[in-house]
Design a protein around this ligand. Structure first.
Ligand SMILES: Nc1ncnc2c1ncn2[C@@H]1O[C@H](COP(=O)(O)OP(=O)(O)O)[C@@H](O)[C@H]1O
Ligand SMILES: [Mg+2]
Length: 375
């Protein structure tokens, strides 16, 4: 009972009214016990004196007096009751509004400080009524804002860092050329071109990432044939596989049902995963793409015999800008670590999941994603 009252602002308000009412009635009753007999007695004494020499008229006057005395007594009692009720009302409402106003004021102050950029601001939670719940939600919101802000800061830091590496290389090469330290050979120009190309790809990736993360792209979800999907990607990357002498195999379960997907986006995800497998597998390795029907989804797995991923990196591999070994990734012609982030966002937008498995370094890796069956 007490607990349910303490959880409801409305009940608290109701009970504070009840207290005021109760005290008013109590004072009325108690005061009437004291003042009404006194008034009655005073009157009776007055009548005794007047009764001596009079008759019927005195009696009528006596009734009037009784009524007047009674009314005076009653009014007096009422006055006490009103005074007591007002006093209690003031006390209760001061007490009650303190409980309401204090947390509201705390939240107002905190929201102002948050607006001014102090994202670590939190309000203190007292009790467990609606205001306390509002306080809890307020703190959750502040926490989220703090997280978004720290992500924004980190993103800007990451992007500047990613931009700086190729820019420094280009600038260094140009200075070398101008000072005559570097020979003006085809190789030097090629180096500069490669770095400029890297910058270009980074900017493209960033643009794509921001579009995908903001959800500002159109998904054309319809039934898609998985085998055709895999063959499209295999055909598209065939030359690159050949030139690196890596074999690409498709393992397609018979009677694969169609899936719900945006064909272009699914191709993009698959190209990304197969492209990574190609990139992180050394010559004469093998990449296998398989599709299997499991319950209400189709699992598409890209397995390679490449460099593998150490277990401590598995949890972060889909984070933006995350690369297992930055220098190795750069030498291997790797990108900026955005590819998998985009792939995950796209798979999730199509209602699927994506994950990675790897036994460890040089043990190969398997990237798997799911797509829901077409209805
Ligand atoms: N098939 C794979 N084998 C080993 N490591 C991989 C594989 N795919 C991705 N990775 C690791 O995950 C990182 C992130 O991949 P991705 O987001 O595609 O970025 P990148 O642009 O570097 O390819 C890579 O830098 C690499 O370290
Ligand atoms: Mg990649």
């Amino acid at each position: 009972m007490i607990e349910s009252i303490s959880r409801r602002l409305g009940l608290k308000l109701f009970f504070s009214y009840l207290i005021v009412l109760f005290v008013g009635v109590l004072v009325l009753v108690v005061a009437s016990q004291f003042t009404l007999p006194g008034a009655f007695n005073r009157h009776m004494q007055g009548i005794d004196g007047g009764m001596m020499g009079s008759s019927g008229a005195g009696r009528g006057l006596g009734m009037m007096g009784l009524y007047n005395d009674f009314r005076a007594g009653f009014n007096e009692t009422l006055l006490y009751a009103i005074l007591a009720a007002v006093f209690v009302a003031v006390v209760v409402s001061v007490f009650f509004s303190r409980g309401v106003i204090a947390p509201l004021r705390a939240m107002t102050d905190a929201s102002q400080r948050i607006a001014a950029g102090h994202y670590d601001e939190r309000v203190q939670i007292n009790g467990n009524d609606e205001l306390a719940q509002l306080g809890v939600r307020f703190n959750q919101m502040a926490e989220k804002l703090e997280l978004v802000e720290s992500m924004r800061r980190r993103l800007i830091g990451d992007v500047s860092h990613e931009l700086r590496t190729p820019l420094t290389a280009i600038k260094g090469s140009m200075e070398g050329l101008m000072d005559g330290v570097l020979p003006a050979t085809h190789e030097t120009y090629q180096q500069i071109h490669t770095e400029a190309d890297r910058l270009n790809r980074l900017v493209d990736d960033l643009q794509e990432l921001s579009r995908v993360e903001a959800g500002s792209y159109h998904l054309d979800i319809k039934p898609v044939d998985v085998s055709a999907l895999l063959q499209t990607v295999a055909k598209r990357l065939a030359l690159q596989f050949e030139s690196k002498r890596i074999s690409l195999e498709l393992e397609l379960a018979p009677d694969l049902p169609r899936v719900q997907a945006d064909e272009d986006r699914a191709v993009q995800v698959l190209t990304n995963l197969v492209g990574n497998a190609l990139q992180y597998t050394s010559e004469s390795g093998k990449v296998t793409v398989s599709a299997t029907h499991l319950n209400d989804e189709v699992q598409i797995a890209v397995r390679d015999t490449g460099i593998g991923i150490p277990p401590e990196h598995l949890a972060h591999i889909f984070d933006r800008f995350y690369r297992v070994d930055k220098s190795r990734s750069r030498r291997a012609g790797g990108g900026s670590g955005i590819g998998l982030t985009i792939a995950r966002a796209l798979v999730e937008a199509m209602g699927g999941r994506i994950w990675v498995e790897s036994v460890g370094e040089d043990q190969g890796s398997t990237f798997t994603f799911t797509l829901k069956l077409a209805k």
